[in-house]
Design a protein around this ligand. Structure first.
Ligand SMILES: Nc1ncnc2c1ncn2[C@@H]1O[C@H](COP(=O)(O)OP(=O)(O)O)[C@@H](O)[C@H]1O
Ligand SMILES: Nc1ccn([C@H]2C[C@H](O)[C@@H](COP(=O)(O)OP(=O)(O)O)O2)c(=O)n1
Length: 233
């Protein structure tokens, strides 16, 4: 175990939509016995609750009020993790394409980022966690012991998302899906607050031509090497 923090190290996995963050975080957390924190799901939960409350995506005062009264928790469900918003399981509802697009707008608002930043730091401060998102290694935990920036070509990420949507019966075409991925990239990279970008000390992994297992091996080796370093003090 690392001598760095109480429960182990903090691992940050940042990257654009469809790069493989959720898949790899889930597998790596299982390998290491770490907690998986899906920060994207937290932003999605805020987006869902704002939609239900009729709060516009640019109503910063309304969004700040909403976040003050919102408790987001993760509950292990066998191999999976349920996302609860004020005790309600919203795991499925937050995954719709509509909520995904709304989340991209909501996540650009400063009050939302400030509120979730406090929650994310409280969840991960003791270590033994893997957080996936857009700004983990740059804003949430700039002192994270291990940082990855996981990417892939827009075409490959669109293809992966297209296969996912098709498996859910969604009729979107491959071309439409690639275009949406590129649109989300632009929004996530171009926003003023905590834009998507690679931390200077992050290990870049381009998964365009790598399998999930190949990426997992690279990540696990990097974390275990850091744990050994930590034990040496
Ligand atoms: N290296 C890879 N090769 C092939 N498919 C992948 C790879 N990484 C992820 N996928 C698949 O791509 C889709 C999106 O992966 P996901 O982990 O949800 O990405 P993100 O969380 O970065 O949006 C999933 O269906 C996943 O199984
Ligand atoms: N730490 C984070 C995580 C997600 N976001 C934004 C970026 C995305 O547009 C939405 C949804 O993130 P999510 O990771 O669920 O989306 P993908 O699975 O990557 O398509 O939230 C963010 O701004 N900061």
């Amino acid at each position: 175990m690392s001598a760095v923090r109480e429960n182990g190290v903090i691992v940050a996995i940042d990257g654009p939509s469809g790069a493989g963050k959720s898949s790899l975080t889930k597998l790596l957390a299982r390998r290491l016995g770490y907690i998986h924190i899906d920060t994207g799901a937290m932003f999605r939960a805020v987006a869902l609750m704002s939609k239900r409350a009729g709060i516009a995506s640019d109503d910063d005062a309304g969004l700040a009020e909403l976040c003050r009264g919102l408790e987001i928790t993760f509950v292990r469900d066998g191999e999976n993790c349920r996302v609860l918003a004020n005790g309600e399981d919203v795991s499925r509802e937050i995954r719709s394409e509509e909520i995904g697009l709304l989340t991209s707008a909501i996540s650009a608002r400063k009050p939302v980022r400030e509120a979730l930043l406090i929650m994310q730091r409280a969840m991960g401060a003791k270590g033994g966690v893997i957080l996936e998102g857009r700004d983990i290694g740059t804003v949430v935990f700039p002192d994270a012991e291990v940082k990855f920036f996981l990417s892939a070509s827009a075409e490959e990420r669109g293809r992966r998302r297209y296969l996912e949507l098709a498996a859910r019966g969604d009729q979107a075409t491959l071309e439409e899906t690639i275009a949406k991925v590129i649109q989300r990239d632009r929004q996530d990279e171009g926003r003023e607050h905590a834009p998507l970008k690679q931390a200077e000390d992050a290990l870049p992994i381009d998964s365009t031509s790598l399998s999930i297992d190949q990426v997992l091996t690279v990540m696990e080796n990097a974390v275990r090497e850091r744990l050994v370093q930590g034990d040496k003090g």
